[in-house]
Ligand binder design. Structure first.
Ligand code: ACO
Ligand code: LMR
Length: 264
């Protein structure tokens, strides 16, 4: 009989062996002919299924809204400094990407994890927030350096507005809003940030689409897919900042002495 040699790699998302490449079984020609967008491609390659249009539109809105936030944030700053040190595009891009983490842009998965756990356990916002405080953990998805009660993050508002009119239910988002109401009673800058909005709304997307089992949702949250949205989105801006510095022929960056507190 035939002997099947063991393979060194298992892959389930794409196949390039036929006449045309397929993403999750969908041939490239269908992707183009049916007018799929980048949200559809993400849903095929990350979630291995075609999601309804409102879901892929939501993914695309996340990508567009998180593409950039000016030159002063950690990621852009790193990319700018790296480009000005004469480094190439990929080095400048990854230098910026490496700042994405628990404080900056990479709090989406933890926001989804903690909001899901707290909401599923019916914790009141008070119990949840004070419980986190006791554990010494900042609530992921809450807080911002420049946004506050009177200067809300427009991106959060836009995401919530889209979900309210397109998602079948926004249970986790409403929970996150209640948490925000409580944290705002403690301090003005403890607003829901874009990571918190995407984290909570993606839980609603996964649960409301009817396309995922409970186990699949748990796996997505546990593996941590959602920071990928910010990484992908912000790459657009970081690449833009790199080109911008090169176009402007900016010299090597050196931070001014006056802006450093030299102390023992
Ligand atoms: N949960 C609970 N308390 C908080 C939180 C939070 N998420 N954020 C701030 N505080 C409180 C703390 O008591 C903090 O005091 P501490 O330093 O003794 O812990 C106090 O507010 C002071 O905070 P600030 O100095 O005003 O906050 P900072 O500007 O340093 O931090 C940051 C902003 C990093 C976003 C912070 O709020 C945080 O860690 N949030 C959670 C992580 C997160 O969601 N990051 C994504 C931000 S959005 C983005 O990057 C695209
Ligand atoms: C961002 O999207 O980069 C911001 O929310 C972070 C910031 O401090 O503005």
């Amino acid at each position: 009989g035939k002997v099947r040699a063991p393979t060194h790699i298992i892959s389930t998302i794409s196949d390039d062996r036929g006449e045309e490449p397929c993403y999750a079984g969908v041939p490239m020609s269908s992707i183009i002919e049916q007018g799929y967008g980048v949200g559809d491609v993400i849903s095929l390659l990350w979630f291995k299924r075609s999601l309804p249009r409102y879901c892929t539109k939501f993914i695309e809105i996340c990508i567009m809204l998180c593409a950039d936030h000016g030159p002063c944030v950690s990621g852009a700053h790193n990319s700018i400094v790296t480009a000005r040190a004469g480094k190439d595009l990929v080095s400048s891009l990854v230098s910026g990407l490496l700042t994405i983490g628990p404080r900056f842009g990479g709090a989406i998965d933890d926001a989804a994890r903690y909001f899901k756990d707290a909401c599923d356990r019916n914790l009141t916002p008070y119990e949840f927030v004070e419980g986190m405080k006791k554990k010494g953990i900042r609530v992921p998805g809450i807080g911002h350096r420049i946004k506050s009660r009177d200067n809300r993050d427009k991106r959060v508002e836009l995401l919530q507005k889209f979900a309210r009119s397109n998602f079948p239910a926004v249970k986790y988002m409403e929970y996150a809003v209640q948490v925000e109401t409580y944290t705002l009673s403690k301090a003005n800058n403890l607003v829901m940030n874009v990571d918190g909005a995407i984290g909570s709304l993606f839980l609603d997307l996964l649960a409301g689409s009817g396309m995922f089992t409970k186990q699949e949702i748990d796996e997505i949250v546990q593996i941590g897919y959602l920071n990928g949205l910010f990484v992908l989105a912000r790459s657009i801006g970081l690449i833009g900042h790199t080109f911008d510095q090169k176009r402007l022929k900016q010299p090597l960056y050196r931070h001014p002495w006056e802006d450093v507190l030299y102390t023992k």
